[in-house]
Ligand binder design. Sequence first.
Ligand SMILES: Nc1nc2c(ncn2[C@@H]2O[C@H](COP(=O)(O)OP(=O)(O)O)[C@@H](O)[C@H]2O)c(=O)[nH]1
Ligand SMILES: [Mg+2]
Length: 256
Amino acid sequence: MLVSLPVPYAAVCRRSVAQRLRQPLTRRHASASAPISRVFSDSKSAEFLAAAGSAESIPRLDGLPEVIVTGRANVGKSTLLNAVLGRRNLLHTSKKPGRTQTLNYYRVGPPPGHLVLVDAPGYGSRGRPEWGALFDHYVQTRSELRRVYILFHAKHGLNDVDRMMLSSLDEQCRASSGLQFTVQGIITKADTLRGDEVAKTIKKIQDEIFETAPTCLPAIVTSALESPQFGVDKVRQSIEEACGLGRAEMKVFRSP
Ligand SMILES: Nc1nc2c(ncn2[C@@H]2O[C@H](COP(=O)(O)OP(=O)(O)O)[C@@H](O)[C@H]2O)c(=O)[nH]1
Ligand SMILES: [Mg+2]
């Protein structure tokens, strides 16, 4: 007799990133079911605000705290921000590198908003020098900037351009004693690693990030396309903390 399976067979057999990292798949990791904070709870209200292709067109946004993501083209920046916002395609994603060519600003929460996420063009062989200059200008002058997230593809690790970028951010962070902004790594696409290599590869990348940039906060491991998504709620929590809107702070704020 044929028995029909309610869940696709492959989904049952494939071990999740959480299982392969030998971490229990807690509600915190399983973003689909995790309790989402007040800051990110209203995914429909997130809105594209502006695109800046030059230093002059960087918008003034009423002083809301901002975080920016950077990384090589195709590392998964736009996909991760969509996941963080709980949206499928507010940000354009693409298999083809180099799709994002401007700094793109997204408000989180209904107006006036809680904070602003900034998506940046990719750097490296598919990036253009003028995009790098725009990113540097933003990081060096934006007083609203609270944290720079630098993304690394789990399978590709760090290359020379990643190391240059990371140590330049580390220097800027030291120069301001971490007062202006902090830097944190995010390892993306953890689902692309083979079962037996996940923990070892992640540790190698984390060690290399720390050696290159000792001020960089511990890297968050993510998979935005796995179901349920992995690490996305940790990224949300980190953004809230960077912007002074952490869950602990909100509780204190709410108590009578
Ligand atoms: N397997 C896997 N693919 C991903 C993940 N995140 C993004 N991608 C894919 O990587 C490609 C580039 O993603 P995108 O977000 O546009 O990268 P960006 O250039 O850094 O903004 C797209 O085809 C995405 O579907 C992930 O977590 N796992
Ligand atoms: Mg993009």
